[in-house]
Every structure is written in structure tokens, then in C-alpha cells.
Design a protein around this ligand. Structure first.
Ligand code: GLN
Length: 278
């Protein structure tokens, strides 16, 4: 391919736009140039130093082969804050903000809540709740030590006080009880063709896939929650677009009351939960 040796911002963008969508090209160039969007518009003729042009070309080519933009930039926004991400953690998704909204609507008025986030990954849920709830005592659990490393970096960067624990779901918790348990566990069926498409190809399989029907981890979390919820506490779990009824029945089997599902911005039932009456 014919690649000019050095270039200016406008020509770099024109080159990239033949390979990836224009908004992504601008994001990657802003990242390389460390500049605001307006800079690209105001100074199209600015020279792009050779080293930056090379980094930009490399990022564009990686994006063209499907690598998620969030992994290329090393961060993704969630609930208005930038979280570090790498291929050891799932990329936070806007639909998971439904879980945050729900927790705040239900518990926002309480102080010093004990909160548990199962499968914390980048820490997006645990850290957001720690920062949005008044003096909450938040614990984030993950089975992956590499994910916990990312979550800890995010907590430090964002100034959130969260305790992180390496555990296979509740295994390492002892008799600890919480007012609120949240989880965005793996819920994609093992054979789901989406696992080999788009961003999902690059994300940790252990954070995505859960057994034949995707319900294995949701079932395990629902079944164990009663031993770790205070009386009157709630469990909220994110799940797949077609799993709401199945998750409500898992919650009913586990002895939960006030079971309900909540829709995401696309109108899909995305989170289900219930209360523990003891
Ligand atoms: N929401 C993710 C998807 O795009 C799955 C995340 C998960 O399994 N928790 O399918």
C-alpha cells in the first residue's frame, strides 16, 4: 500500500477514513496527538511528526482488523468517568449503567451501605457505586487477578475507596452480609456465534461465556446471594436480551421477593433482581 512518509492532520485522517469510520479515525488521531476534537478542525494543515504518524497508522490498521477502540485507547467512559481497560477485562457497556441507576434510585438516600460487586472486571460498577453513594463500603470481587489489577488502578485514579478480593463468586467471603449485591456476570451461551464477531472476539472469554445457555453464573449468584444479603437487601444482575424470564425464575427458586426486571435504553429487559426477606 502507498503510504506517505510524513503528513499533516487532514491527510492522515483522509488516509484513515478509507479504512475505518471517520469518528474512530478522529478519536485515534486525538489520542496520538493528545488534542481536543476542535484542534483537528482548526489546524488541518498541522504537520504530524513521523513518530506519531507511524503510531497512528498502526492503530488504524489494528482497528481495521477489528480490535476494539477501547483497547486501542486503553480506556472507556462509564457513567461519566474514564476507566482504564485492557484485554483482561470486559469493556464497560452503556447498558450496564441501568444497574447503577437502579441501585441509586433504590439506595441513594441511605448512608454507609455495604455493597458487593461480583465479577468486578475493570471495577466500573464497584467504583461508580463507591463514588455515587454516600460513604458506601464497597467490595469488588473477581476471579481474575489481572482484572483486579485493572480495577485497583481505576480505583486509585478515580479516588474511590473500594476493597478488592480475589474469589470464585462468594467462595472467599466468609459470613459477610451486604445491603446490596450487584453483578454483570458472564451470560453469553458458549455456542453463541456473537462470541466470534466484533469486539467480543477480543474480550476475555471468561467474562462473557457461561455454560450451554449462558445461565450458569447467573444461577450460581442467585442461589448463593441469600447467605450474603442482609434482611431487606437486594440483588440486581445484568443478563442477556432473552434471559429476563429465566433469571426471574432463578430468583424465585432462590427465595427472593419483589422480583422484577428493568429495561435498558434500547427497551430490552437487561437487569433483574429481587429483595431478600430473610
Ligand atoms: N453485554 C455483553 C455483550 O455484548 C455481555 C457481557 C456479559 O456477558 N456480562 O454481549
Amino acid at each position: 500500500m502507498n503510504v506517505p512518509a510524513v503528513t499533516d492532520l487532514a491527510s492522515a485522517l483522509a488516509w484513515a477514513r478509507k479504512r475505518i469510520p471517520a469518528p474512530e479515525a478522529r478519536l485515534l488521531l486525538r489520542y496520538v496527538r493528545r488534542c481536543q476534537a476542535a484542534h483537528l478542525v482548526a489546524w488541518p494543515e498541522e504537520a504530524l511528526p513521523a513518530a506519531e504518524w507511524e503510531i497512528f497508522r498502526n492503530l488504524v490498521e489494528r482497528r481495521a482488523t477489528g480490535e476494539p477502540v477501547a483497547y486501542l485507547l486503553g480506556e472507556r467512559e462509564f457513567y461519566g468517568r474514564a476507566f482504564l481497560v485492557n484485554p483482561k477485562v470486559l469493556i464497560p457497556r452503556p447498558e450496564t449503567e441501568v444497574l447503577v441507576e437502579l441501585a441509586l434510585a433504590r439506595f441513594g438516600a441511605e448512608s454507609q451501605l455495604k455493597v458487593l460487586d461480583l465479577g468486578t472486571g475493570s471495577g466500573a460498577l464497584a467504583i461508580t457505586l463507591a463514588l455515587e453513594l454516600d460513604r458506601a463500603d464497597v467490595t469488588g470481587i473477581d476471579w481474575s487477578r489481572e482484572a483486579l489489577g485493572v480495577a485497583m488502578s481505576n480505583a486509585i485514579r478515580l479516588g474511590a475507596r473500594v476493597s478488592f478480593l480475589c474469589s470464585d463468586w462468594y467462595a472467599a467471603l466468609g459470613n459477610e452480609r451486604y445491603r446490596l449485591i450487584v453483578a454483570n456476570p458472564p451470560y453469553v451461551a458458549k455456542s453463541d456465534p456473537h462470541l466470534i464477531l466484533g469486539d467480543l472476539r477480543f474480550e476475555p472469554r471468561a467474562a462473557l461465556a457461561a455454560g450451554e445457555d449462558g445461565l450458569a453464573d447467573l444461577a450460581c449468584i442467585a442461589a448463593g446471594a441469600g447467605r450474603h444479603l442482609e434482611k431487606g437487601g437486594c440483588l440486581f444482575m445484568e443478563h442477556g436480551y432473552d434471559q429476563a424470564a429465566a433469571v426471574r425464575s432463578l430468583l424465585a427458586d432462590a427465595g427472593f421477593a419483589s422480583i422484577a426486571s428493568w429495561r435498558d435504553l434500547a427497551g430490552i429487559e437487561r437487569v433483574s433482581g429481587g429483595c431478600w426477606t430473610g
